[in-house]
Design a protein around this ligand. Structure first.
Ligand code: AP5
Length: 225
């Protein structure tokens, strides 16, 4: 299963990618997570992209394409992967088709109002990357602490309200051609992501199985909070 998850900030791309990663043991590749880790480690790449990410602007295509190409050469991607946050431009989408063959592009369709509320409540574990929310499930069992490793949860810098608004503007500037590209190549799947996680997960899983995109056996049971 080689899929990309598309959708506005707050659509739930990271949330669903983590579910499939945990249940089917395939890698979740998030360009946003890769960039945030590079910034935290103060690498050369991190220093180059810091301003873009923290202001909610797109990192230039040539940098993103190189990062994804390198990541997809790793051996853990042979049985498939879930790309989260890539592609964001038509140039990135076309470059991806030259790197590998993508089975489907799943568009998680979310209204701006719902997504903004989700982002304002998002908390992330800095150790394992698990995502929680103070308004919605999954909430951490103990306030501001990760259920899995006990680390203190943090808010992303780009979840500040003015940066969230900027991310929306930037997102919609490049998004339509990407959607049209996957529609025209008959790989687009659209799912209503305004619903709760418990409702979206089975719908998404069923569509992927029925379309013979997901044909892996679960490697562990995953309980939704
Ligand atoms: P990135 O990390 O990709 O951020 P994003 O696209 O803005 O997406 P988010 O992570 O905010 O949203 P999500 O859809 O993953 O939502 P989540 O599952 O966490 O990118 C960050 C930055 O990196 C970009 O701004 C850019 O600068 C750069 N970048 C990255 N990729 C790039 C590229 N390809 N090209 C150029 N630049 C790039 O859910 C959000 C919250 O809602 C969570 O708290 C979750 O628990 C909750 N939630 C989710 N679904 C539901 C639900 N159904 N019901 C209730 N709550 C829910």
């Amino acid at each position: 299963m080689k899929i990309v998850l598309l959708g506005a900030p707050g659509a739930g791309k990271g949330t669903y990618a983590q579910y499939f990663r945990d249940k089917y043991c395939i890698p979740h590749i998030s360009t946003g997570d890769i960039f945030r880790a590079e910034i935290a480690a103060n690498t050369e790449l991190g220093r180059k992209i810091k301003t873009y990410v923290e202001q909610g602007l797109l990192v230039p295509d040539d940098i993103v394409i190189e990062v994804v190409k390198k990541r997809l050469q790793q051996p853990d991607t042979v049985n498939g992967f879930i790309l989260d946050g890539y592609p964001r431009t038509l140039v990135q989408a076309k470059a991806l088709d030259e790197i590998t063959s993508i089975d489907a592009a799943v568009h998680l369709v979310v209204s701006e109002e719902v997504a903004v509320r989700r982002l304002s409540g998002r908390m992330v574990c800095p150790v394992c990357g698990r995502v929680y929310n103070i308004y919605y499930e999954p909430k951490p069992r103990v306030d501001e602490q990760c259920d899995y490793d006990g680390a203190k949860l943090v808010r992303r810098k780009d979840d500040e309200p003015e940066v969230v608004r900027q991310r929306y503007r930037v997102f919609y500037q490049t998004f339509n051609p990407v959607i049209e590209y996957y529609r025209n190549t008959r790989r687009l799947i659209e799912v209503n992501a305004d619903k709760s996680i418990r409702e979206v997960v089975p719908i998404l899983e069923k569509i992927l199985i029925e379309n013979k995109i997901l044909n892996l056996k679960p490697c562990r049971e995953v309980v939704l909070n």
